[in-house]
Design a binder for this molecule. Sequence first.
Ligand code: MG
Length: 270
Amino acid sequence: MTWFSHGAVTITGRFRSANEDCYLAQPPLYAVADGMGGHGAGEVASAIAIEALTVCAQRPPLSAVAVLAALDDANHAIVDRGSRAGTASGDGVGAATGMGTTITGLASLETGGGTHLMVFNIGDSRVYRLADGRLDQVTIDHSEVEELVLAGQLTRGEARTHPRRNIVTRALGTDPPPTPDHWLVPAIAGDRYLLCSDGLSSELTDERITELLATGDPQAAADELVSAANRAGGRDNITAVVVDVAADDEEDVGADTVPRPVLPRQGEPT
Ligand code: MG
């Protein structure tokens, strides 16, 4: 039997007046959403996305189809809310309010081959996996700078300070709807996952994330990561959800019997 333990924290940071990040930590579904569109829009969009996934989590058994349907429902709801906000302000139906949100997450699914973790993503929030001391970014950012890095026009280091590093190329709240990325990875006991908004990943290096993520129980690790990102700058809202995978008996541990797929590193040819 596979089970999960988690810790989660979100803070406004040192410069923003409101927290537009939102998270869900309701096993077996975890998610982070980073709203955009400014005060009064971003936090509405991220809350709509998390609410849609909360409803999904309350209707077991979870399936990939159900998670993707929840994301689609959230997209429609945000577009609808944005249109009404545009009307109210006299901009006309469908006016671009800029209301949107990233969404990334982790869902445990029972598949034909046992328990698997579905990782899903739209935008530039991230899911990382820490396994055997090695940190891998599972998700691929949907951002202008990621496209430039993949095209070989920008290095990872340059992307971290590029003036357009915050521009996402996919978000919930768009018409036509965005296509979510999703992957299935084996649920291996001992693995630890980090879901975070860019307010965390843009302030901390991979080495620092690895070091802090490896320390303590999930709540302590989440607290340490968010505090460190705040001390390092705190220029954006900061959210971390840390999830540990555990198993009740050796047969389900899997590490000795299931070959661990090697995830391509960001920017490596696949
Ligand atoms: Mg952010």
